[in-house]
Design a protein around this ligand. Structure first.
Ligand code: FES
Length: 213
């Protein structure tokens, strides 16, 4: 009988992870140093640190507070005030379902529940494969298009519950139009409903969105 042996490269992976972490914190020290002298350095430093790490781990928060000579509570205060700062790792694609009044009454809650069901995660969670995070928005200023969902730079308007699996599938497929479109610099609506050719159907789609309640 042939016995298959597996050599574990855990130590090597751990060593690389430590090296990478050390590199990131050296970069963070440079960022702190660079922002020390500017006015109101905290928010700019947090932005740059989030760019570096992808989120703001507690260790980085402590480092920033020490580096800037401010209380850690001040860092925590800013992080809890601004929703664009993340203190936990986020997925590759952040799905935000608008829960402003217009979107809520036109079916936003049902759309959110469908995303939760399809992704198998709760609000503010990330899928195990690291592909999706799910959040809510409070009005993105497109109430006439309610219910609205944004995924990165893409805007989905008048989203219907039964379209949710299709939307998710676009981001799972690396060759999909959504993937290439998401690399565009400006926000871009991708739904068929948004094409000029279907503009005449907007009213009925609007009503249809309302029926999701
Ligand atoms: S309430 Fe959703 S865009 Fe305004």
């Amino acid at each position: 009988m042939q016995v298959t042996t597996h050599t574990c490269d855990c130590e090597e992976l751990a060593r690389r992870a430590r090296e990478e972490e050390a590199r990131l914190y050296r970069e963070l020290d440079k960022i702190i140093e660079k922002h020390k002298e500017v006015r109101g350095p905290l928010i700019q430093t947090l932005h740059a640190a989030q760019e570096l790490f992808g989120y703001l781990p507690e260790k980085a928060q402590v480092r920033i507070a020490k580096g800037l000579g401010i209380p850690l509570s001040e860092v925590h205060g800013v992080l809890s005030f601004y929703s664009f700062f993340n203190t936990v790792p986020r997925g590759k694609h952040t799905i935000r379902v608008c829960m402003g009044t217009a979107c809520y009454v036109r079916g936003g809650k049902q759309v959110l529940e469908k995303f939760q069901q399809e992704l198998g995660i709760g609000l503010n969670d990330t899928t195990e494969d690291g592909l999706f995070s799910l959040e809510i928005n409070r009005c993105v200023g497109a109430c006439g298009l309610a219910p609205v969902v944004t995924i990165g730079p893409d805007i989905y308007r008048r989203v219907k519950v039964d379209k949710v699996p299709q939307i998710i599938a676009r981001y799972k497929n690396g060759n999909s139009s959504a993937q290439s479109s998401s690399r565009r610099s400006s926000r871009q609506a991708l739904t068929d409903e948004n094409s000029p050719a279907s503009a005449g159907s907007d009213t009925s789609e609007h009503k249809s969105g309302g029926s999701q309640q």
